[in-house]
Design a protein around this ligand. Structure first.
Ligand code: PDD
Length: 296
């Protein structure tokens, strides 16, 4: 059994004993940023990438100094170790801390820094091969989706709408019909021999999985373009067509349907499974596990 352990402002304690003030700005204003990092075989996967993104996000919201005095590259592995989590994730959140409610920054701020680990099995081969279903929604989020902010209400509503529609994930669409990203994932398409995904800008989160997928795909010799695609392109293409999502918690998932429309032949495609095989192998090597059997 895992111990649900929390790191809160420098102290380790049982998760259930963690207390944050009602005037914490994360709670009242969504004034904070977060990270989700994968744990495999008790190791944090691509930890440096996640900490670099956290630092960038903290700087973007004027919280650069928040993690001073918290050596997260040392604290988080210790947290995983002491929690006994083999496979799962670590959640890290940094807020502008507690202060009498006001919109402008408190001076000085006393940020809240916390992290905890939780077990969750990776998607099974059966789940992967069943594929995932996306539900398109208008993207009603703010215009700084590159910041991994705890302000997630638009994504919460979109993902709930997707679930009520019988889908697994929301698909954020731009007004001009281009695909931006999933509710909590980046989205790729393999169209006319090219792997495409939305370029990095303020409309999407620069996913860590996204970056590694792009690198792996280029290394494998695929043609890759960071160029947005539309659903019309996905459904009009005559040759092979694949769509997949990418995220820390779910790796790559083949998309078999978007709304009422079936993608390609409705089965996980070869390019998606090849990239997922590479990712699974790379991550297994990183954490000292035997590579899993290939999916292709
Ligand atoms: N979400 N886009 C959005 C909007 C996300 O929330 C996420 C991740 C991603 C994928 O990023 P990464 O590969 O770095 O996990 C893309 C996490 C998993 C979450 O909020 O739980």
């Amino acid at each position: 059994m895992d111990i649900e352990l929390l790191y809160l402002n420098g102290t380790f304690m049982p998760l259930a004993e963690g207390r944050v003030h009602v005037e914490d700005r994360g709670f009242q204003l969504g004034d904070g940023v977060y990270e989700v990092i994968k744990v495999m075989n008790g190791s944090l996967v691509w930890l440096e990438d996640h900490l670099a993104r956290l630092d960038r996000n903290l700087a973007e919201v004027g919280l650069s100094a928040a993690t001073c005095g918290h050596d997260l590259s040392e604290v988080l592995p210790r947290l995983v170790d002491r929690s006994g989590v083999g496979h799962g994730s670590v959640y890290v959140q940094v807020t502008r801390g507690c202060a009498p409610r006001d919109f402008v920054f408190p001076r000085p701020a006393h940020p809240t820094v916390l992290g905890y680990a939780r077990s969750k099995p990776a998607p099974t081969v059966e789940e992967i091969m069943t594929g995932t279903v996306l539900h398109p929604v208008a993207d009603l989020r703010w215009a700084r989706c590159d910041i991994k902010s705890t302000n997630l209400l638009a994504a919460v509503l979109a993902k709930e709408e997707a679930r009520n529609a019988g889908a697994d994930e929301a698909l954020f669409m731009a007004p001009d019909g281009t695909v931006r990203e999933g509710g909590s994932s980046n989205v790729f398409a393999f169209l006319e021999g090219i792997i495409r995904t939305h370029p990095l800008d303020n409309r999407i989160l620069g996913g860590i999985t996204r970056r590694h997928v792009l690198e792996m795909a280029r290394r494998e010799g695929y043609l890759v373009e960071e160029r947005a695609f539309t659903l019309d392109e996905v459904f009009a293409v005559s040759g092979p067509c694949e769509v997949f999502t990418a995220s820390t918690t779910k790796d790559l998932l083949p998309v078999v349907r978007i709304g009422p429309q079936v993608v390609g032949d409705g089965r996980p495609g070869k390019v998606t499974l090849t990239l997922l095989d590479r990712l699974r192998r790379e991550q297994a090597l990183l954490v000292g596990l035997e590579p899993p059997p290939a999916l292709t």
